[in-house]
Structure formats: structure tokens, C-alpha cells
Ligand binder design. Sequence first.
Ligand code: IMP
Ligand code: MG
Length: 468
Amino acid sequence: MTTANVRDYYKLVRRATAELNGEVALEQFSATVIRGIARCMDGAASLLLLDSTGKKLVHSTSWKLPQSYLKKGVLDARKSITEVIKGQPIAIEHVRRSRRLQYREQAIKAGFASILAIPIDIDGCAIGSIRVYLRQQREFTNNEVAFIKTMTGLMSLALERMYRQSGGAELEDKTLPGLAVLADVKKTRFQHPSEEEFASILNFYNIEWVYEPRSFAINWNDDGVTQMFTPDFYLPRFDLYIELTTMKQRSITTKNRKLRRLRHLYPDVKITLLNKKNFEHMLARFGSGPLAESKGHGVGDVLYSAAQIRQRVSELAQRISADYVGKTPLLIGMLRGVLCFMSDLVQNISIPINVDLMSLSSYKSEQGKGVQITKDIGMDIVGKHVIMVEDIVDTGITIEYIVNQLRLRKPRSIKICTLLDKKVRRLADVKLDYVGFEIPDEFVIGYGLDFKEEYRNLPFIGILKSTA
Ligand code: IMP
Ligand code: MG
């Protein structure tokens, strides 16, 4: 590689990086990269991306490629330098002697003697490649290969960002090839349907997630790492890793051992295991999943009798009355589960208070829109002391969402009062100020709490029993 070339390489890398950091459209960025490569290498260059079927390669942007060559026909991803689409770089030193090219004759006719193809790889999946075509037959140097690899690296960053900005959803109408496949790649990368469902619940609540973001070494010997553990999800907002497993309880033992090892080795890493039962309970709240779909349900054990509830609610009311003397707090109940609790709580509070109610839209796996306030409070809360009243805090996602929304309206203070606290299931980091009962990880019904809109009228709190 000559010094002049090296200088050109750096110039291009600098320019491409600057464009990537700016708000340049993908088309322009691709043009910069492809044109720059062609110039540096003194040849022609092209950006090939998979079409939305994932089977055809399309020349998305090219420079110095003759029209006759571009029109040669559709490139079949399985026939055209196939190693590249599997993620390997390929250098064809002698186009004339190569069997790898689907359109060898056309390449010869176009005057190309040597071709280099480097995959564009996103999340371990090749979605296209950058190709360089030389008129003069020669070997590609290691430096040249490294240079093109740098450029494909920048290209995949640009594609990935474009993908993320478009929300990953409406990509089908996008004319740019590669991106539709990328949407597919992202979708099918889930190893299990439950992971996809979980991701869609998180999307509903606008909780950012990353799938299998990091692998932790958990065992090693002199030769190196012997065992890794890769949690399924990471939620940056809660700084929490989640391992979701739908395996039978018995097979979870190994997983639990790995988790203990991880916690021991990385004490700063927060990780939670969601097992089959946990996940089915989560779905049952939305009226879906195996528990909701199975027939035959009833009330199992009674967790708290009407008398126990009455006693505990009056204690909470007394504490609130004492804590808010002279403050006239506004109690906001979350419909509809809070119905019974709210009613009993306010009747036992002995200081002046205001009362209001609100409700949120509920997650349905087929609906695209995110969580919304379906019934808002009627009052202005600026400067007020707010107490959010909930029937139950489980993952904490709902209450965390509401509290964040209400904080924007500048209340003086916000505290949380919940009758039930399913602490073991917590994902969101929320501080509960008034808690009635801490309950085990069971699906509970009664005293306002429902299963598919039933059982709210029970005067006690029981565990849902599946009789099927
Ligand atoms: P979170 O967002 O996971 O904390 O869930 C809170 C909401 O889910 C509550 O307001 C309830 O409406 C519902 N929920 C959670 N667990 C149960 C349960 O065991 N039975 C009935 N509803 C529940
Ligand atoms: Mg609720």
C-alpha cells in the first residue's frame, strides 16, 4: 500500500465517521463510503444488500460499475459468493478462474479481473456486503482487507441506527433493501416465543430492553473460560438483567446454580429469574397465556379474610392520617382493582383529604399502541401531596410508569400506598411507602382484584385455583 493510499484511507474513514455522527441520510452515507472505497482502491465498488425475502442481493449503491453489469440479472444470495452471506470475507484474485461468481462472464466482459467481498454483519447475521472490483488482476493485501472491514463496520452501524430510528416496525414499505431483512433478523433472533411476548410487554410500557446483551464468564481453568452465562434481557432503566425460562421446574436447577454463581462472582450485577409460573401469572393479568386459556378456575386458599383486611386497612389509614396532618393529601386510586381497598381506606382516614381515580390501558399482545392513561384525574396536582393507591404492586412497572407521569405535573410529593406487595416479583425499582401485606408469588383474586374481570366482589383475598 502506498503512502498516498494510506492518506486517502484515513481521509475516507474520517469523513464517513463524521457523517455517521451527523444527521446524514443513509443514502448519502452509503454513497460517500462506496465512492470513497472505489477511489482509494482505484476500481469500482458496490453496496449489496439482501432484499426483503432475504434471498436476493441488490446493488443498493455502486460506483464505477457499468450499467451492463448492474443489469446482468438478479443476484441469488445462495449462488453469489455464498461464503460472504455466511459472514466470511472472500477475495477472488482471478475472476477468470473463479467458480464462485454467479455472473462470471458478465464480470469478465465488464473488465474486472479481481474482486473482494466483505460481509456487512449485524448481530452476527450478514445482511449484505461491500464489493470491490479491480480491472488489474492482483492479490488484495491484508491492509486493504482490514480497510474494507472498517468500512463495512461503519456501514452496519449506519444501518443499525436507521433501523432503530424507524422503530423496526414499518420497515416493510421501506425501499432500502437490507433493512427489511434486519427487521426479520431482529424478530427471529428470539429463541423462544415467550421471550418475544415479554419483549412486546416491555415495548407496551415503553421500557427499553436489550436482548442477550452480555455474556458473563462463570467458570474457567488455566486454559480459559469454560462456562458462560448470557441473560436473556437487560433493562437499562432498572439496571436489571432478566433470565426468562419456560422450562419445567426440575430442569431449572442447573440454571439456578448458574445464577447463584453469577451473583457470587458479580455482586454488582442485578439479575432476576422469571420462571414459567411467574410468566404465566404475568400473562394471566392481561387475560392471556396458558392459565387464562385453560378452562375451570375457582378460589383456592384464602390468604386474608375480610376481618384481617379490615384490621390492616384501618392501620394503614391511621398511619396516613398521622403522617399528613395539616396537609390535605390527594389520594389517587388506580382503577379497577383498587375499588374495595380505596373505598375502605378513605373511610378510615380521619384528616381532610381529596380523592380521585385514574386508569391505564391494558396490554394486549396484538395491539400496537403503547400504554396510555385511559381515564385521567380531574384535578391539578401542582404543589399537592399525592398518595398513589394501588391494589397490588407486582413487577412495579405500572406504578413506576404512573409515578413518572405524575411527577411531570409538579406535585409537592408523591408516595405510594398498596394493599398487597408481591415483592419477590419486582422488576422496577420503586419505593413503597405504605404496604398492607407482603404476599407470595401467587395469582390472587377478590377484594377488587380480578381474573378476567371476575371475582372482584369476593370480600376476602384468595389464591386463584386452576381446576382443569
Ligand atoms: P405491576 O405493574 O406488575 O406491578 O402490576 C400491577 C397491576 O397488575 C395491578 O394493579 C393489578 O391490576 C395487576 N395484578 C398484578 N398481580 C395480580 C394478581 O395476582 N391478581 C390480579 N391482578 C394482579
Ligand atoms: Mg391495577
